[in-house]
Write a protein that binds this ligand. Structure first.
Ligand SMILES: [Zn+2]
Length: 122
């Protein structure tokens, strides 16, 4: 990469504010090693996007589970997804059901919302 050779003294002096900032937690400003901040559970857990056809006349629904949301958050997310996908669905018992097998689209929508989502089942 050419240029000027760096003496040990020089590289030491470049350990400036920016380098220290990388070691600090953006939330509490403590060293990341020792900080106790936890990432938001709803966004750090992998959400499972599966399918269920049993007793539904073969049509099937997409089931979104492992969402660590309360009932309100669940209902809000269900509404968002239903609007985006233009389909029906419901939120109950900690899961969201969306009409039809739309796993690929739902995984994409969840990821767009900042979740980590994984397609499950066959
Ligand atoms: Zn922290």
């Amino acid at each position: 990469m050419g240029g000027f050779p760096q003496s040990p003294k020089e590289s030491e002096s470049t350990m400036g504010k920016d380098d220290w900032r990388k070691l600090l937690c953006p939330k509490c400003k403590q060293l990341k090693k020792t900080c106790t901040c936890k990432p938001e559970p709803s966004k750090s857990t992998v959400v499972k996007v599966g399918r269920e056809t049993k007793g539904r006349g073969g049509k099937g629904v997409t089931i979104i589970s492992d969402l660590l949301l309360d009932e309100k958050g669940l209902a809000e997310l269900a509404t968002k997804l239903k609007t985006r996908l233009g389909t029906g669905g419901s939120a109950k018992g900690g899961r969201i059901e969306i009409q039809g097998d739309q796993r690929d689209r739902i995984v994409a929508e969840l990821e767009a919302l900042g979740y980590r989502a994984k397609r499950a089942g066959g």
